[in-house]
Design a protein around this ligand. Structure first.
Ligand code: FUC
Length: 767
């Protein structure tokens, strides 16, 4: 070997061995503890979530339990609101927007006007007073095992701390070891930022109880300490001395049972969890097996660069000047899958605006469920990245809001079916909140219902379509049959009153609503056909759909956001709702409706490339659907690069050091939407065909993906090199015809259920 090559090889070895410690493409890692919350590393099992700081003298485990919210069970419907509906519509028709908004604010809004807030639960602190300034500090989140680890040496002793949130054990584990016998000395305490709180110590257990300030919910969290050292109680804490190992097991619960019931017993529940909790040595492999059942189904590899071996925060800062770190994008996608598994498991609530990670009592937008984009975006990667089960909590929420939303449909619109406006909370509020100019937006339930349809399209699970999806979709559609109203100017059916999310105030007939309603009707019609049911209802939907106001191209060549051509081409508003029909909708396409697609591109160019986190993420998906990989990559770069104001405070979208997406502050939707957007450049399957590498950015010339799902019940493995497909395998889960497109080449093959097919780079089928 030549000396230079030898040195480089040795250096690479040292870098990878000493710093990365394992597979660098599946780790977020750092050389220092987290100073701020947005540097800490998240763990979660769906219901419980925690941020691990990795502090040396003081470790902080800030934790949440998903049902701790302010408020109490109640109906938010405004009784008798429907008496004012026709007057609001009349005012809008006469161009009296302010009067319509004022009347609606008075007579038409949720009672109370605001929904409730998700709450931080508490903190576990570990004090290691002797550990001072250690050497060889390393902190990581390993996406292959869903564990957070920190290691360092102090006083010649190596300390290792490992944390994970176990779904099977319903508990968080935190395990500490010292490399030398009996060298582990530390104290454990609990605290919370709630005004009403109490800490008790009993044997080897600390109990924290909290009561939310405004509302019916209280919670109990317990930490049990198991150690080979000496355990003592001392003023509000447990001290552990002369130990070699110690395990903390954390359980938390509240008295919330469901959106109508708060008679749960968190004391008994948490005691039961801790009593059953297996020892760390047993719990760890069970946790990893459980996690890997979901994690291992999918992998994504983009090429490494010289930055790939750096700590994640350094990699992120370098990406700004030199965005040549394709592997960082793959890590981002895998991190999004990790976050979904950690915040949305069967039986849990869906991921809210912060997933489940919140350290405040007054988080931004209450960390609720905003459904005019944010909640849906959380689930964009679910089906595609083979995490169908993690979609289930969203379906359960749809079931519940269909119940509360039926009352709102009746009281506010005198309509059948159900409706959800732009937000919901743990109490499943469905009425319009905050202010009429953006709160009255009627297509939240319709959009969410389409997630059930998408689940069917990916899985081809007919029992799910029949028993779960269709009844909810049908109820959402039935609402619009009553609600849609004739526009006196055009004679078309329009959605009124509503708004184009958060832009332009209360109006008659925002474009987005019409796109969503048409998509919902189309899904219901197709479903009725598949299930051989409801022919008359399907016919009624088909007739009604034809009368809904179509998309319009306006005077600037833009896609009109409203019925009237009043778009402001200088507006850089973060919402670009009227392009819903491009993504996630599919009525505006490069093939069938090129004129509308061009108009949509114009609209997006007018809006510009900047935005908050989720807005950037949506734009990645839009550019991918426009088949413009380079513009998609421009947006991807922005998703990674934090924007700071003069005071060095984050002021625009971008990623925090722990790869959490910034609105700012942290909002999780951009993590999920960004991951979906990166994948949308690799495969698209919404137009009855699988389009291979439809918008591959030049910056991602080489890669491979496995376990990527496509509509029609297909699962794919794919490789590409120098920007060209090199191999493709398709597994057929349902035996449908598989139509593939790669550039101008199109092939269609019948498949058999359960069979796998291999294709060459030109789509010829290989034996
Ligand atoms: C919508 C957006 C905001 C924010 C909030 C949670 O209201 O317009 O930007 O994301 O949801």
């Amino acid at each position: 070997m030549k000396p230079l090559i030898q040195t480089v090889t040795l250096l690479t070895f040292i870098i990878f061995k000493c710093h990365a410690q394992g597979n660098i493409n599946s780790k977020l890692w750092y050389k220092k503890p987290a100073k701020q919350w947005e540097e800490a590393l998240p763990i979660g099992n769906g219901a419980l979530a925690a941020m691990i700081f990795g502090g040396i003298e003081t470790e902080q485990i800030q934790f949440n339990e998903e049902t701790l919210w302010t408020g109490e069970p109640r109906s938010y419907a405004h009784k008798g609101a429907s008496a004012h509906l026709s007057e609001i519509r009349r005012l809008l028709n006469e161009g009296k927007q302010k009067e319509a908004e004022a009347l609606a604010n008075e007579q038409f809004m949720s009672q109370p006007m605001r929904q409730m807030a998700y709450q931080a639960f508490g903190d576990v602190y570990l004090d290691f007073p002797e550990h001072g300034t250690p050497v060889a500090y390393h902190r990581e989140l390993d996406l292959e095992t869903a564990t957070v680890k920190s290691t360092y040496e102090a006083g010649g002793v190596r300390y290792t701390r490992e944390a994970f949130a176990s779904y099977p054990a319903k508990a968080i584990y935190y395990h500490i070891t010292s490399s030398q016998k009996g060298k582990l000395n530390f104290a454990v305490r609990m605290d919370a930022i709630h005004a009403k709180k109490e800490v008790k110590i009993n044997g080897n257990e600390i109990e924290l109880s909290v009561q939310v300030d405004k509302g019916a919910l209280n919670g109990i969290a317990r930490v049990k300490v198991i150690t080979d050292g000496e355990l003592k109680q001392a003023e509000g804490k447990l001290t552990i001395s002369n130990a070699t190992r110690a395990t903390l097991v954390l359980a938390a619960a509240t008295n919330y049972l469901d959106y109508k019931t708060v008679s749960g017993d968190p004391a008994t529940k948490t005691a039961g969890i801790l009593q059953k909790a297996p020892a760390f040595e047993t719990a760890r492999p069970v946790h990893i097996t459980d996690y890997q059942k979901l994690h291992n189904r999918f992998n994504l590899v983009f090429s490494n660069s010289k930055h790939s071996a750096l700590p994640t925060d350094e990699r992120l800062s370098r990406f700004k000047g030199d965005p040549n770190d394709p592997a960082l994008l793959a890590l981002y996608v895998k991190f999004a899958r990790y976050l979904l598994i950690a915040s949305s498991r069967a039986g849990s609530h869906p991921a809210n605006l912060q997933g489940k990670w919140n350290h405040k009592l007054n988080p931004s937008w209450d960390s609720k469920y905003t459904v005019n984009i944010n909640t849906e975006m959380n689930y964009w990667p679910a089906e595609m990245t083979n995490l169908s089960e993690c979609h289930e909590p969203l379906f359960q929420m749809v079931r519940e809001v269909s119940q509360t939303g039926a009352e709102v449909a009746k009281e506010h619109y005198n309509a059948k079916g159900w409706v959800l406006h732009h937000n919901t909370d743990v109490w499943r509020g469905a009425a319009p909140i905050n202010a009429s100019n953006h709160g009255i937006w009627v297509t939240g339930g319709a959009w969410l219902s389409l997630h059930l349809w998408e689940h069917y399209r990916f899985t081809q699970d007919k029992a799910f379509l029949q028993n779960t999806a269709y009844p909810l979709m049908k109820g959402a559609a039935a609402f619009f049959l009553d609600f849609l109203v004739k526009d006196p100017k055009t004679g078309m059916l329009i959605s009124s009153p509503s708004n184009s999310p958060e832009n332009g105030g209360l109006v008659a007939g925002p474009t987005m609503d019409h796109q969503i309603i048409r998509a919902l009707f189309k899904a219901c019609i197709e479903t009725a056909g598949i299930l051989k049911t409801d022919a008359a209802f399907a016919e009624q939907l088909a007739q009604t759909s034809k009368q809904i106001a179509p998309n319009h191209v306006g005077r600037y060549g833009q896609l009109q956001e409203w019925m009237t051509d009043i778009d402001d081409t200088t507006s850089h508003h973060r919402h670009v709702s009227h392009l819903w029909g491009v993504y996630p909708g599919e009525e505006i396409t490069p093939t069938a409706t090129l004129d509308l697609l061009k108009a949509a591109m114009k609209s997006l160019n007018y809006r510009g490339d900047d935005g908050t986190g989720w807005s950037l993420a949506w734009k990645i998906n839009y550019w991918a659907r426009f088949l413009d990989g380079e513009h998609a990559y421009t947006m991807i770069r922005k998703l990674f690069n934090p924007v700071y104001d003069a005071g060095q405070k984050m002021s625009g979208g971008g990623s925090y050091p722990n790869l959490f997406d910034a609105h700012p502050p942290f909002q999780i939707d951009g993590n999920f939407g960004g991951a979906a957007g990166i994948l949308e450049t690799l495969v698209q399957s919404h137009l009855e065909e699988i389009n291979i590498l439809p918008a591959l950015p030049k910056a991602l010339p080489d890669g491979r993906v496995s376990g990527l799902c496509a509509r029609g019940g297909f699962e794919m493995d794919m490789n590409w090199a120098k920007g060209k497909l090199t191999g493709l395998t398709i597994h057929s889960k349902a035996g449908n015809i598989c139509k593939l497109r790669y550039g101008s080449k199109v092939v269609s093959i019948p498949t058999a259920k359960g069979k796998t097919y291999r294709f060459g780079p030109d789509l010829t089928i290989l034996k």
